[in-house]
Design a protein around this ligand. Structure first.
Ligand SMILES: Cc1ncc(COP(=O)(O)O)c(C=O)c1O
Length: 388
């Protein structure tokens, strides 16, 4: 029976990192050993205190709905953690706890975007940003980020992209897929454009060489900060995130949350409290491991013939220019599929991150050094045959 699908879905592309992962899972069910460098998922366990708190909450029967905005204890802890990390005092009343950062994005774009409105996004970009805008009937407007300059969001280009329909500017810092961190100066100049900043800060804390992340909260009151526990605390499967919004927006966001999601999981919120209380050592250990892995991976990829301009400053990805492989790399989806099928290494096609990413591949280094070495060893011969 044909299904009549609403037209707006036609513009929503598949999330290619997930597509590769799902293909890899199918290969694993057939007994093939695949190394996963495609999905942005820490290979570390969550902080032990988070697991213990989650189990204890379940055992204690804490299995009910919570306040739609989240447990007061967790909102207080998130406000205190935000102040610790970026030095800005945040009223816990501005925090809304969500089932991952992704639902927080839906809340924000639902709040800000009417059909026909525009949202400015630097590209290459996290694949889902434009799709959240499209789901709300809006149009993403892309501003290219220059790899040779370290992917700064060029304020003059953003200004030139603004129209009377622009409703927000998206900032991802540290960014997926590039690892780039936007400077305090860039954030200040973006804020001065007078539009809300939707700032995805989910990779804050996973930065290297003493880099400092500036939060949008430091430069404007008109900031919507998206954050969560998936990356920093290796808690992807818990599905726990949050949004920090300007006070006047909270009531509408609360109403949206009540209707769309009711609340985040009760016992998972207890895990969040424990992660914030006791997780710092786990985060530091993971960051140190990522730091040495990124060097290993960048060196290895360069050795294989990829072009990597600079060491990524944050997050856990290397965005590598594969165009040196000629014809084989022109279609990054086909290229990634070939590498999965022939080398049994999952990587993400650059196209996932926008047209600017075509001809590139993203490699995630949230995998052990042994796995990274093995992946490089598997890729070498296949790339050799493809013309590296
Ligand atoms: C930049 C960015 N934002 C948000 C998310 C989604 O995070 P969550 O698991 O909290 O929904 C991801 C996941 O890869 C991401 O890379």
């Amino acid at each position: 029976m044909p299904v009549r699908v609403a037209q707006r879905n036609a513009d929503i592309a598949p999330f290619l990192a997930m597509e590769v992962m799902e293909r890899a899972f199918a290969m694993e069910r057939d007994g093939i050993d695949v190394i996963h460098l495609e999905i942005g998922e820490p290979d570390f366990p969550p902080p032990p205190a988070a697991v213990a708190a989650c189990s204890a909450a379940l055992s204690a029967g804490e299995t009910h709905y919570t306040d739609s905005r989240g447990l007061a204890e967790l909102r207080d802890a998130i406000a205190a953690d935000t102040e610790r990390r970026c030095g800005v005092r945040v009223d816990p009343g501005r925090v809304i706890v969500t089932s991952g950062t992704s639902p927080a994005m839906l809340l924000v774009f639902s709040l800000l975007v009417d059909p026909g409105d525009e949202v400015v996004i630097g590209t290459p970009h996290y694949p889902c940003y434009p799709n959240f805008v499209r789901v709300c009937g809006g149009t993403p407007v892309f501003v290219p980020l220059d790899p040779a300059r370290g992917y700064p969001l060029d304020v003059a280009s953003v200004r030139a992209a603004l129209t009377d329909r622009t409703r927000a500017i998206v900032v991802g810092s540290p960014a997926n897929p590039t690892g780039a961190i936007q400077s305090a100066q860039t954030l200040r100049e973006l804020a001065a454009l007078g539009l809300p900043l939707v700032s995805d800060e989910i990779y804050d804390g996973l930065v290297y060489d003493g880099a400092k992340v500036t939060s949008a909260l430091e430069v404007t009151d008109d900031a919507y900060v998206l954050d969560g526990f998936s990356k920093r605390y290796a808690m992807t499967g818990f599905r726990l995130g949050y949004l920090i919004a300007p006070e006047p927006a909270v009531r509408t966001l609360q109403i949206l949350q009540q209707n769309l999601f009711i609340s985040a999981n009760r016992f998972v919120q207890s895990a969040g409290v424990a992660a914030l209380r006791d997780g710092a050592a786990s985060v530091a250990a993971m960051r140190d491991a990522y730091d040495s892995r990124r060097k290993l991976l960048v060196e290895g990829l360069r050795g294989l013939g990829f072009r990597v301009e600079a060491l990524p400053q944050g997050a856990f990805y290397v965005f590598a220019d594969a165009r040196g492989f000629g014809e084989a790399a022109t279609d990054s989806v086909a290229f990634a599929n070939t590498l999965l099928e022939r080398a049994h290494v999952g990587v993400t096609p650059g196209r996932d991150f926008g047209e600017a990413g075509e001809g590139w591949l993203r490699f995630c280094y949230a995998a052990s050094e042994d796995k990274l070495q093995e992946a490089l060893a598997r890729l070498g011969p296949v790339l050799g045959e493809l013309g590296g």
